[in-house]
Design a binder for this molecule. Structure first.
Ligand code: NAD
Ligand code: UGA
Length: 458
């Protein structure tokens, strides 16, 4: 078999963009991406990709049909490929032992069993999904239990891309991490994967470790990033009480090179499919080893995030005279961050539900995430209007709740918006992306996050 054949099982937010980048940078490899979700595969084969990501369409079009293929034929893909990435979803378990914290590995295990069953030659299997520490060992056991005498090498190669900047992150990663088993076959497999990334990533940024360090590093990277957000968000609550300004504090603290300025933007809380899941995964791992103090320490990052989401909704109610019942509130942004249509674990879901619980009427606008918002709030039968135009959303609204940091929100005509709204008009800027002085002068009562409020009341 041609060794330059790659299959990726799972054509999601990671599998699709990652394989498109490998195909573009390694024209000497044939890259196939397979998924059981036929609709998703049809999307990847069309002009309307199943996920929104800046620059992704051009990247896919560069190689699709040449050395990049999307298919539902997983079995065939396994047979025809030497290197198999597995990038299926690993959500938090919702049942049985470890429910609510541990990772649900059923999709991974199914993939591993299928690889063992369908393979006719030795293969390299690459963990691309985020998995608990020591998962590679379990996967290796499943693969090696094949009765055909085949040998499988398992590598851990976690992905660090962030949504919204996936293409840039893949093109120019801070590092590529590859963990391998300590054996001659493990080393050989490692070299094959290093060769692929070395097509475009400087060699010194491709780091290699043992497989468990690699699995652990992925969980810890996400936990550390989320911890910074929860830390600054906790201080935003204190700023609102004391008159300190969270943007000034964050700037001053971040200028210390030992701290660094990134991931210190206070907001409505972190969302996304991974931070919460991966921290809970880490917490579960600690609990498994009776490290309860360590587990509690990391769980607090998630609890602080829930507090921040709740605090934002409660601030709205409190400042709108303790009732929002029957009041229209324009929700600006539903995606968990800008430049994506993804709403998984978006703070917007929780905050919207809290506002609906207070019987507000929501007018939700998002440039890319309205379809997902409709699914997330699909069980809500009344009290929501989904608007495809922000000016429509604010018509007759008492307040704007800004949840996502879309750049366009700062570019709107707020004089016009003010004229369309009920008075007194409120703006709760959950991301501090608007010009607060200007809004105040226009007549709004402005509630930035982690800063003093600006109201026209006596
Ligand atoms: P996703 O849900 O978007 O995609 C997973 C895909 O796997 C789905 O399309 C699903 O249909 C497919 N799948 C599931 N079981 C399958 C099977 N047996 N055979 C074939 N296809 C199957 O998930 P994602 O966001 O791409 O995340 C995948 C993994 O990568 C997760 O472990 C996640 O933690 C990790 N990760 C995600 C990101 C991110 O930004 N989303 C970043 C880094 C790491
Ligand atoms: C994150 C990590 O940044 C990636 O390295 C990792 O690969 C990925 O998780 C993953 O494993 O899934 P992502 O969730 O796509 O990427 O996006 P981030 O940019 O990390 O933002 C996550 C959340 O934190 C968003 O809701 C964002 O608005 C929020 N955030 C981020 C803040 O509130 N403040 C900040 O300063 C930064």
């Amino acid at each position: 078999m041609d060794k330059k054949t790659i299959l990726c099982i799972g054509a999601g937010y990671v599998g699709g963009p990652t394989m498109a980048m490998i195909a573009a940078k390694c024209p000497d490899y044939k890259v196939t991406v397979a998924d059981i979700n036929a609709q998703r595969i049809a999307g990847w084969n069309s002009d309307r990709l199943p996920i929104y990501e800046p620059g992704l369409t051009q990247l896919v079009e560069k190689s699709r049909g040449k050395n990049l293929f999307f298919t539902t034929e997983v079995e065939k893909g396994i047979k025809e490929s030497h290197i198999i990435f597995v990038s299926v979803n690993t959500p938090t378990k919702t049942f049985g032992s470890g429910a609510g914290k541990a990772a649900d590995l059923q999709f991974w295990e199914k993939s591993a069993r299928l690889i063992a069953e369908q393979s006719e030659e030795d293969k390299i299997v690459v963990e691309k999904s985020t998995l608990p520490v020591r998962a590679a060992e379990a996967i290796h056991r499943i693969l090696q239990s094949n009765t055909k005498g085949l040998k499988f090498s398992v590598l851990s190669n976690p992905e660090f891309l962030a949504e919204g900047t996936a293409v840039a992150d893949l093109e120019n990663p801070d590092r590529v991490l590859i963990g391998s088993m300590i054996s001659p076959e493990g080393h050989e497999a490692l070299e094959e994967l290093v060769d692929i990334y070395a097509h475009w990533v400087p060699r010194e940024r491709i780091i290699t470790t043992n497989v468990w360090s690699s699995e652990m590093s992925k969980l810890v990277s996400n936990a550390m990033l989320a911890q910074r957000i929860s830390s600054i968000n906790s201080i935003s609550a204190l700023c609102e009480k004391t008159g300190a300004d969270i943007a000034e504090v964050s700037h001053a603290v971040g200028l210390d090179k030992r701290v660094g300025s990134r991931f210190l933007r206070a907001g409505v809380g972190f969302g996304g499919s991974c931070f919460k899941k991966d921290i809970l995964n880490l917490v579960y791992l600690c609990e498994t080893f009776n490290l309860h103090e360590v587990a509690d320490y990391w769980e607090q990052v998630v609890l602080m995030n829930e507090y921040q989401e709740r605090r934002f909704a409660e601030r709205i109610v409190k400042n709108m005279f303790n009732t929002i019942s029957g009041k229209r509130i324009a929700v600006f942004g539903f995606a968990f961050k800008a430049d994506t249509g993804d709403t998984r674990e978006s703070p917007a879901i929780y905050i919207s539900r809290l506002l609906l619980n207070e019987r507000a009427d929501l007018a939700i606008y998002d440039p890319k995430a309205l379809d997902n918002a409709k699914i997330d709030l699909g069980d809500v039968t009344a009290g929501i209007e989904y608007c495809s135009d922000p000016y429509e959303a604010v018509r007759g609204a008492h307040a704007i709740a800004l949840i996502t940091d879309w750049k366009e929100f700062a570019e709107y005509d707020y004089d016009r918006i003010f004229s369309l709204m009920e008075k007194p008009a409120f703006i709760f800027d959950g991301r501090n992306v608007l010009d607060h002085d200007r809004l105040f002068k226009t007549g709004f009562n402005v509630f930035p996050l982690g800063k003093a409020e600006m109201t026209h009341f006596e």
